[in-house]
Design a protein around this ligand. Structure first.
Ligand SMILES: Cc1cc2nc3c(=O)[nH]c(=O)nc-3n(C[C@H](O)[C@H](O)[C@H](O)COP(=O)(O)OP(=O)(O)OC[C@H]3O[C@@H](n4cnc5c(N)ncnc54)[C@H](O)[C@@H]3O)c2cc1C
Length: 500
């Protein structure tokens, strides 16, 4: 059970207080800091980050070829133009974030190697106390704040998800999860199997194909891919015309969001035709006799899982070259030398890469306590997918899963700053989402509606996330096109936010 630790003041470090503490220095944390500086310049804040540097996902993932699968016009910030090609490597994203930290003078606010272990709310003091363990010195520190802005992402960085594969301990080669990639892994001239066919598999396979003897993508069932050139014509044209970068960025964003809206709508209204078009896009890169029906024809409607973009069709050109191949089958058991499939086929391998996803982590593995009671996050109702019933002075940036994550981080940034200003105007220090009479008895639905989006990494652990209701503001739409109009205008006095 989750028990709040004693807060001892015996540490020789005084308890530091901030108006706002931001958890995490990834894309969302940096965006939150930007919004605070711009819209609430009087608020003091710090960012606590357990890694030794900034970037979150783009710092911790080291597998070959690591890149975004969203375009950086929308995955980048609205306030900092992206000047490269749409799909970017982790290194390029880190350079972009590094520049953002300098340009906005945010770096001085970050405390690295600060792992938050407990968040303790006191209604009497109207503040949070965070228990922080310093990874470099081993010290335990305490911070207090009025408002907690959770930008800790949604999965556990330390360890990826690997199913229990039968016979895994028999395998004599190396088993590697992309999330904990050994820097010295030597795959030159080796036979490699990649289990999975999501964005990670689609990235790692072309990146390794040239060096290995052979690499096999082993999937249980096919997924959708969207193959195309890694360039954006509109942005290229505007750049040729010497249009300022800010304009190019904004126009490219609008064009991409416009096109994505059409695709999303078509995934519901015209899904068969969209499916055929996506499959035709894949076919175009493969030999005429390639069995697209078996390997690249998913059984589900497009967009119910993220569609991985394959820049320049590199996954398919790898397959066409013969260096990579795809097998669609179920694993019977790992053997000493590879994997035996249910069909009886045996695949040989020196290295098996388990591109099988990550472990969801709701609140950065932090133990939360509200007025001495342990918080079970799954019991809460979400308020607009940002705040949570019964949890005072806290917001979480959970970005979009289809549209770029950052598009939501930006909207949440504006919402939180508006809320903080509203609290100052009212002269209150505490805000808690609470169900009104008319909200009691709402039907509970999962935080992410599986009818809408049902990726395995979410569905596996959806039970640890809060629930959503069936009426506003207890709905988490996951729809940028709705949120862009509703969030900036959300009524902060609709009776669901209780101020004290
Ligand atoms: C390989 C990969 C590729 C992806 N590509 C895309 C993409 O192309 N487009 C897209 O929209 N999304 C993508 N995503 C989803 C991605 O996680 C987000 O888009 C985005 O990077 C999340 O940013 P974030 O800052 O919210 O979280 P993160 O990047 O997860 O950063 C959170 C930070 O918080 C820190 N933290 C967590 N808990 C604690 C704690 N208790 N104490 C202190 N610090 C803590 C972490 O160390 C981390 O640095 C991808 C995810 C992965 C894994």
């Amino acid at each position: 059970m989750n028990v709040a630790p004693e807060i001892s003041q015996s540490s020789n470090q005084a308890v530091e207080h901030f108006d706002v503490l931001i958890v995490g220095a990834g894309i969302s944390g940096i965006d939150a800091a930007y919004h605070l500086q711009q819209s609430c310049p009087d608020k003091s804040f710090a960012m606590l980050e357990n890694q030794e540097s900034f970037g979150g996902t783009w710092l911790t993932h080291k597998y070959p070829g690591i890149r975004s699968d969203s375009d950086l016009f929308t995955f980048g910030f609205g306030w900092k133009p992206w000047k490269g090609v749409p799909i970017a490597t982790a290194e390029e994203i880190l350079v972009y974030l590094d520049e953002a930290l300098d340009e906005q003078d945010i770096r001085k606010h970050i405390r690295f190697q600060h792992q938050i272990t407990n968040a303790i709310w006191s209604s009497e003091d109207k503040q949070w106390t965070l228990v922080v363990s310093r990874k470099d010195t081993g010290e335990v520190l305490h911070y207090t704040c009025n408002f907690l802005w959770m930008c800790q992402g949604y999965y556990r960085h330390s360890e990826g998800y690997t199913p229990d594969f039968p016979g895994a301990d028999r395998f004599q080669g190396e088993i590697v999860h992309p999330q904990t990639w050994p820097e010295d892994l030597d795959y030159k001239g080796k036979k490699v199997i990649v289990i999975g066919s999501g964005a990670t598999a689609a990235t790692v396979i072309p990146a390794m194909a040239e060096d290995v003897e052979h690499i096999t993508m082993l999937q249980r069932s096919p997924t959708f891919f969207n193959a195309g050139e890694n360039r954006m014509d509109v942005a290229e044209m505007l750049r040729e015309l010497d249009v300022p970068d800010e304009w190019t960025h904004e126009i490219a964003r609008r064009k991409i969001l416009f096109d994505q809206k059409i695709i999303t709508e078509r995934s519901f209204t015209d899904s068969d035709k969209l499916k055929s078009e996506l499959i035709a896009g894949t076919k175009a890169y493969l030999d005429d006799d390639f069995d697209v029906e078996t390997h690249f024809t998913p059984s589900y409607r497009p967009w119910r899982q993220r569609i991985a973009f394959v820049p320049n069709g590199d996954l398919f050109t790898g397959i066409k070259s013969g260096k990579a191949s795809v097998v669609t089958d179920h694993i019977d058991t790992f053997t000493e030398t590879g994997i035996l499939l249910k069909s009886g086929q045996e695949l040989e391998a020196d290295i098996i890469i388990t591109a099988t996803g990550f472990n969801l982590s709701a609140l950065g593995d932090i133990e939360f306590t509200i007025d001495e009671k342990p918080l079970n996050f799954a019991d809460c109702w979400t308020h607009r997918g940002i705040m949570f019933s019964g949890v005072p002075n806290m917001a979480w940036v959970f970005g979009y899963l289809r549209t770029s994550w950052t598009m939501r981080a930006d909207l949440v940034g504006t919402f939180v700053c508006r809320l903080l200003d509203h609290m100052s105007d009212k002269g209150v220090e505490m805000v808690t989402p609470e169900l009104r009479e008319e909200d009691k008895g709402m039907n509970a639905r999962p935080f992410i509606d599986p009818e809408n989006f049902n990726a395995g990494y979410i569905m596996r652990q959806i039970h640890i996330l809060p629930k959503q209701g069936n009426q506003d503001p207890w709905i988490h739409t996951q729809d940028y096109y709705t949120d862009k109009d509703t969030l900036p205008n959300a009524d902060l006095d609709d009776g669901t936010l209780i101020y004290r």
